[in-house]
Ligand binder design. Sequence first.
Ligand code: NAD
Ligand code: LMR
Length: 329
Amino acid sequence: MSAQPVTIALSGAGGQIGYAALFRIAAGEICGPDTPVNLRLLEIPQGVGAAEGTALELADCAFPLLNSITIDTDPAVVFEGANLALLVGARPRTAGMERSDLLSANGGIFGPQGRALNDHAADDIRVVVVGNPANTNALIAQRNAPDIPTNRFTALTRLDHNRAVGLLAERSGASVSDISGVTVWGNHSLTQYPDLSHAIVNGVPALDAVDPAWARGEYIERVAKRGGEVIQVRGSSSAASAANAAIDHMHDWINGTGADWTSVSLPSDGSYGVPNGLISSFPVRSTGGSWTIVQGLTVDVFSRERIDASVTELLEEHDAVASLGLLPH
Ligand code: NAD
Ligand code: LMR
């Protein structure tokens, strides 16, 4: 154990993703075996008991890297000096709630959390938003944190990416490690576009390795609806796979991606015709601790239509939260 401790904040720590993520984070799976971890757990009052129970179990694991655990309901306390923030806690949609009610309720969470990150986090803060609607929640947090570089705010589409790779492996009979070049574009929602145009399976273009009609039909729907499928079969939404994806996301952001790219929702720089600033999913690599959008991929008519459809949905969400006054900067 030699490196400086890293301070990792996680909101929604008493929930099911928090429970699936915290033990792996405390074991060093984000920053590696040499970096001690200070855990900062954010909850609302109803969730504090569950977070405290998780903290007891974390202590019982005697993780050599786990330096400290703090639990609080005040984002200013939890984000003080934070280097990494995983924003998982969000307001779920309940019966009778309109989409605008959901966006407004989440604005009430991610606006103040963005401001608290702005005022209290460490200079190198990196944020991933998991709580839905993840892309727009990330936009709200980012636009409430004017002093933090915009590219430090991301939303999780790694779960969609991992689903896309897993389902391609299942269909092709290849192993996951023989697959590369998969991209998920757009929003973490049903409009997302899992794209196999540039994917390679065992050295062969994916669109030669599997039926292209499947790749551009049933496959896209299956990946996009996988969250719903898990809810239907398991009785509650993805937890361990979401936690795993959030850890993959943070791990690769810090440690780099290597030869293959992955998918991350980050503020657009205008690449691939996605409006500047919109938090949308792209093919990305991480080097030197920063994400870079992979450039120069050909986008055919089919892909263009699918990307545009998801970006249109993101723009609608943007306009809805802007009209609610949730994007001050
Ligand atoms: P959960 O209900 O089990 O846990 C959520 C926790 O967040 C609860 O303990 C709750 O008390 C807490 N919370 C609510 N508001 C908070 C706030 N303002 N500050 C701090 N904590 C707060 O839910 P879960 O299964 O852990 O899922 C969490 C979120 O992640 C949901 O929005 C879910 O839709 C989303 N999700 C996203 C992805 C993705 O790929 N982006 C995948 C799965 C789930
Ligand atoms: C998921 O992708 O599993 C989550 O976003 C949950 C959901 O509501 O689909």
